[in-house]
Design a protein around this ligand. Structure first.
Ligand SMILES: Cc1cc2nc3c(=O)[nH]c(=O)nc-3n(C[C@H](O)[C@H](O)[C@H](O)COP(=O)(O)O)c2cc1C
Ligand SMILES: Nc1ncnc2c1ncn2[C@@H]1O[C@H](COP(=O)(O)OP(=O)(O)OP(=O)(O)O)[C@@H](O)[C@H]1O
Length: 273
């Protein structure tokens, strides 16, 4: 989907890029109310909830404005577009730092001047003094600090991908794994993680490896092993929810040594259950 979608019923919109659909974003959605909608200014750089994945974290309808099509609009023209696209619009919800229009020339005060309805500017949401923003959540994920990222998101960090063929070593010599291919999602720092793997509507406890397989072929892989659950060939889309980084990616001298370590990783997760 690209460009924009129009709704004649939506009475309130929250506006922003909304990568992650984090606690700060959710505070805006609450103010938009049940008749509200979400206007995503889409610049195609989102890596936490790229494009339509944002819709997984809200019950409100999500509309997309392609950033390239609105970037040169003055604040006045942008407001005209909103009024045209949402003829029932009575309320606009943004964060208090919201800037809009060509060259980011419009702010909340200008929005209040130009819009004849209600403008709600939500104060910055923080988590224990730390401001919650997509850019900080990305940094935590890149450092493997999943608990902090999840606390800021208000939900477990989740990525989606397709199952692809692996080397065939796992099942024979280590543990069976689903090898995943993803695009656009930010991957956590290399290592081994406590995760859940969701196939269809069922989520299984799992252990996930992300990084270069230093012990075998050295190539990059994202692999997940379902703990205490056997599964045949997986054809549908899979998601991984991330919870905790267990350890670094390491090079083992033998496959037997790697297998012993993987068994310990699995046991560490079982003990928590
Ligand atoms: C829980 C888990 C932990 C892993 N840890 C490492 C590791 O520390 N170092 C490494 O080189 N490979 C690690 N791997 C990846 C294995 O090398 C990989 O599963 C193996 O090469 C088989 O790949 P295949 O599934 O493509 O056959 C791990 C895999 C799993 C499932
Ligand atoms: N922590 C927050 N508290 C309140 N409002 C927020 C917060 N973070 C973002 N917003 C508001 O949500 C909307 C979407 O913002 P945006 O997509 O830029 O999120 P962001 O987390 O600030 O992203 P980035 O880190 O990339 O700047 C904007 O109206 C913004 O002002």
């Amino acid at each position: 989907m690209s460009g924009f979608t129009v709704s004649s019923t939506v009475e309130a919109v929250a506006i922003g890029n909304f990568d992650g659909m984090h606690l700060g974003h959710q505070a805006l959605f609450e103010q938009a109310g049940t008749e509200g909608g979400i206007v995503v200014i889409e610049h195609y750089r989102a890596t936490l909830t790229p494009h339509i994945y944002r819709a997984r974290f809200t019950d409100l309808p999500v509309f997309f404005y392609d950033f390239d099509r609105i970037r040169d609009m003055s604040p006045e023209v942008f407001l005209e577009k909103l009024r045209f696209d949402f003829p029932s619009l009575r309320r606009i919800v943004v964060g208090e730092d919201f800037l809009f229009g060509a060259g980011r020339s419009g702010n909340v005060a200008m929005l209040e001047r130009l819009f004849d309805g209600e403008v709600i500017a939500v104060p910055e949401v923080k988590l224990k003094e730390a401001p919650v923003h997509s850019r900080f959540i990305r940094l935590h994920i890149e450092k493997g600090e999943i608990e902090t990222a999840n606390a800021m998101l208000g939900h477990p960090y989740e990525i989606w991908g397709e199952a692809v063929a692996g080397q065939g070593i796992g099942k024979e010599k280590l543990v069976p794994t689903i090898n995943l291919e993803t695009s656009r999602f930010l991957l956590p720092k290399a290592g081994v993680y406590e995760t859940q793997t969701c196939i269809g509507s069922t989520c299984y406890p799992s252990v996930t490896f992300v990084g270069h397989r230093e012990t075998t072929d050295g190539s990059f892989a994202l692999e997940t092993h379902l703990i205490d659950h056997e599964i045949g060939e997986v054809k549908e889309k899979i998601s991984i929810k991330w919870f905790h980084r267990l350890r670094e990616n390491r090079k083992f001298d033998t496959l037997a040594a790697l297998k012993r370590q993987i068994e310990k990783d699995i046991e560490a997760i079982r003990e928590k259950r």
